[in-house]
Design a protein around this ligand. Sequence first.
Ligand code: MG
Length: 188
Amino acid sequence: MIYTINNFTQVKILPNSLYVFDIDETILTIKYHDSPEYKSILNKNLPIYNNDLKKANIHSFREYMLKDELHIPIPLDNDNFFNLINKIRFNNSKLIFLTARDSSLKKQTINHLEKIGLFINPDIIFFNDNKGDELLNIVNNIYKNNKLLNLKNIIFVDDVFLNLSDVQSKFCFSNYHLHLYLIKHNFF
Ligand SMILES: [Mg+2]
């Protein structure tokens, strides 16, 4: 079951849980779509990626980000988000970020998170556009048996339905209780 929410107060607070947040359009936005510079990069890349808009967007975003580190991220629902992550931290649960951004954007991503006031260990940011596979890998190889002994719930918040359904299908044989939230901020 995938729940649609429009702010972070609607995310359940549970113990022994792994909270996974997407970054772009989930906790912050960089209004690159409207920029003429971005549009020209995308138009250049579309034929290179056989008009596959998803792939062209991912590569164009990376190119745009590498060109200029001065983009200003706009936080989305920041007060409720910080309230939520404080509760997660005090509730024996863990917090990670899972973004479709390319891993070459690690430095810019840390910078963007810091600009919205989020100072975190960079090791909890994971980069992969195959979110289901990546999350399965994280849970199986990194968190299981060492950092999250009693992991029961996985809470995943993303603004893209396909990412949520991908995670849902990859975890269908696991014993974890999945809580999937499609976040649609009222700003859009
Ligand atoms: Mg997103």
